[in-house]
Design a protein around this ligand. Structure first.
Ligand SMILES: C[S@@+](CC[C@H](N)C(=O)[O-])C[C@H]1O[C@@H](n2cnc3c(N)ncnc32)[C@H](O)[C@@H]1O
Length: 251
């Protein structure tokens, strides 16, 4: 079901029309009383639960908030995801992130120098991500490299990877949605809203074979620590964090 989108700012009518035309969202003048909805305000596009104001809004903000903090004070190349894709010294592999979501992992990799192509099949996630990218290119700190290193292609990865005609990526990165076991504080608004919107990616196992056929160096799969390996295929190596592990398959 296409989500309703609300915008009451005349100066953003063109942007609203573009979003409606590109993604098929349904423009609404009145705020819905319940259910998931998109809101376009003066600054950004966000996803909200109209019936649960406490839940807050989800949007993509690469230039500020958690992404900025992580870029300036996180581990950079020391981050587990960077080690998992094999970023080392001056080596920054090209990465195809075939389950881009809100682009947080892709941004970490791009901020250390990787060129990341992001695939995303959910129109809502892709629209939020594109909105975040559009604002990031205008930012004085990160704008000069965002458009060079981060590219979004909307669509289903299994088809896009099987029909790939461009240069093959060195790494394919997969982080499909997996059901959460615990209601931890960490599984906060973003993941809860996303679970509500998308549910688990039941077909995720089917991504491993095309990923292994496409990557030239390795495939990396991010899994919760309690989840079995994707497609039940044992990995060649693993990197573990407190809550996750990165299963690595060498090509
Ligand atoms: C857990 S989220 C990814 C989070 C992301 N790694 C991040 O850092 O923000 C999984 C995303 O993958 C997308 N996805 C799952 N299977 C897909 C497929 N076959 N093709 C394209 N996107 C897919 C889902 O729509 C969802 O947005």
């Amino acid at each position: 079901m296409p989500l309703p989108i609300h915008c009451d700012l005349p100066q953003r009518t063109d942007d609203l029309n573009r979003l409606v035309a590109q993604w098929g969202f349904v423009p609404v003048k009145q705020l819905p009383k319940e259910g998931l909805m998109l809101w376009l305000d003066a600054e950004r596009l966000s996803l909200r639960d109209a019936g649960d104001k406490k839940q807050g809004a989800v949007s993509v903000d690469f230039a500020g908030g958690g992404s900025r903090h992580r870029r300036l004070h996180g581990g950079g190349r020391g981050e587990a995801v960077a080690k998992a894709v094999g970023a080392r010294g001056q080596s920054t592999p090209t990465v195809l992130d075939a389950t881009a979501g809100l682009g947080r992992d892709a941004f970490v990799l791009a901020s250390i120098g990787c060129h990341v192509t992001m695939l995303e099949r959910s129109p809502v996630a892709a629209a939020l991500l594109q909105d975040g990218l559009n604002r990031a290119v205008m930012d004085s700190e990160i704008g000069d490299w965002i458009s060079d290193r981060m590219t979004l292609i909307p669509g289903a990865s299994s088809d896009l990877m099987s029909d790939w005609s461009g240069e093959r990526p060195e790494v394919v990165y997969l982080d499909p949605m997996y059901p959460h076991r615990k209601k931890s504080a960490q599984v906060k608004k973003e993941m809860r809203l996303f679970q509500q919107l998308l549910g688990p990616d039941q077909d995720a196992d089917a991504l491993l074979a095309p990923a292994l056929a496409l990557a030239t160096k390795r495939v990396v799969v991010k899994r919760p620590d309690y989840a079995p390996p994707l497609a039940d295929k044992p990995s060649d190596a693993q990197i573990k964090t407190k809550t996750h592990r990165f299963d690595i398959y060498f090509c």
